[in-house]
Design a protein around this ligand. Structure first.
Ligand SMILES: *Cc1c(COP(=O)(O)O)cnc(C)c1O
Length: 370
């Protein structure tokens, strides 16, 4: 029996069920199901959540937010995009869908984020963008990345699928690069009840271009001014997001509280991922490291504590990416993390009691294993 699942949205849904039901009924009776007033409202609200001067375009998923941004920037065949192998597969699928070539930089073992010290060696004349993945809710130091890139015309795209609500020196994740991509997949810090995503940028023109790309390249109906695809955010999901967005700050705060309890009470010998300098971590995931990860995971499972592994296979070692020709040992830190990382239960409604069950179970499991 799982007493504490790694993620559960049920309690949160019950707390807002009436509002969600009303919002959905309003959409269904409005006669507008796709790219209507709910989407427009959400784009505006999310932009002001991010900060002044930000524009947003709602799309169908986080993957598509990256694809649409790359297409809108004119990045495609013949171009290279540097990112990490230690991410969710969609970061890389998006680069491929846009027709560009992914290039992997290894990560820092303390943060699991791109190791900026190794970036330079991956830059070539074909490099057009870096997708910086703010993994787990931590953040890549974007100003440092910008300094490294200097005056080369290489765009910085922030993959914010796991970092809604994170800040670096007070600035929101998603406002530091040239553009950013958000996902509203149900498990994310802000989750819809289905798929959803969003492109954000201070560059209004770029977002206007994204709005063409997301609908066949249309500016006005039935005439493509450029090539595009179909990646629209629908009204039902936007209505859900409009109900949920006002709660996001509180939900992120609760994630931080849980992380603090874990930080204080988990066994000292268990290695933690550390927030980067100046980062208010958004704790999409709370990740620890152990050389006995699989035994620890089995012990926790037998005590009713669910865990996750983000991620068990580095992308460059997956069968689907064999064509990249990157053997074992090509990204040593990424490969080590895949063997050692473990994600503990983390969601805003977890609460003190269940967090304590997790803490007690981890302490017991770790002392039994050592
Ligand atoms: C979830 C996720 C995505 C993709 O989002 P979808 O909405 O599932 O397409 C991209 N990058 C990262 C790091 C993610 O965690």
């Amino acid at each position: 029996m799982t007493a504490v699942p790694v993620f559960d949205y049920g309690e949160q849904y019950r707390s807002i069920a009436t509002e969600i039901g009303d919002a959905m009924t309003q959409v269904l009776t409005s006669g507008q199901l796709v790219l209507g007033p709910q989407v427009a409202r959400f784009e505006k609200s999310f932009a002001s959540y991010l900060g002044e001067g930000v524009s947003c375009a709602g799309v169908n998923s986080g993957t598509d937010a990256l694809v649409v941004l790359l297409m809108a920037m004119g990045i495609g065949p013949g171009h290279e995009v540097i990112t990490v192998s230690n991410t969710a597969v969609p970061t890389v699928s998006a680069i491929r869908l846009a027709g560009a070539t992914p290039v992997f930089c290894d990560v820092d073992p303390r943060t699991a984020l791109m190791d900026l010290g190794q970036l330079e060696q991956h830059i070539t004349p074909s490099t057009r963008a870096v997708i910086a993945v703010h993994l787990f809710g931590n953040m890549v130091d974007i100003p440092a990345l910008r300094r490294l890139l200097g005056d080369r015309s290489i765009r910085i795209i922030e993959d914010c699928a796991q970092s809604h609500g994170a800040r670096l020196n007070g600035q929101m994740a998603g406002t530091l690069g040239d553009a950013s991509a958000f996902s509203f997949y149900p498990t994310k810090n802000l989750g819809a009840y289905g798929d959803g995503g969003l492109c954000a940028s201070h560059d209004e023109k770029l977002i206007a271009e994204c709005k063409k790309v997301r609908m066949y390249g249309f500016e006005q109906t039935y005439c493509s001014v450029r090539e595009g695809l179909n990646s629209r955010l629908d009204e039902l999901q936007a209505a859900v997001l409009n109900v949920k967005l006002p709660h996001l700050a509180d939900w992120v705060k609760r994630r931080r509280e849980i992380a603090t309890w874990y930080d204080e009470s988990l066994p000292g010998q268990l290695q933690r991922m550390v927030p980067n300098q100046g980062v208010d971590h958004a704790y999409h995931l709370y990740v620890v490291r152990s050389s006995q990860r699989d035994r620890l995971r089995a012990a926790l499972s037998s005590m009713g504590v669910g865990t996750g592994i983000h991620y068990p296979h580095p992308i460059h070692r997956m069968p689907g990416y064999e064509w990249m020709g990157m053997g074992e040992g090509s990204l040593p830190v990424t490969e080590m993390l895949a063997r050692e990382v473990l994600s503990l239960p983390m969601y805003p409604e977890l609460g003190r009691e269940r967090a304590q069950l997790v803490i007690d179970a981890v302490n017991r499991a770790v002392s039994e294993l050592s």
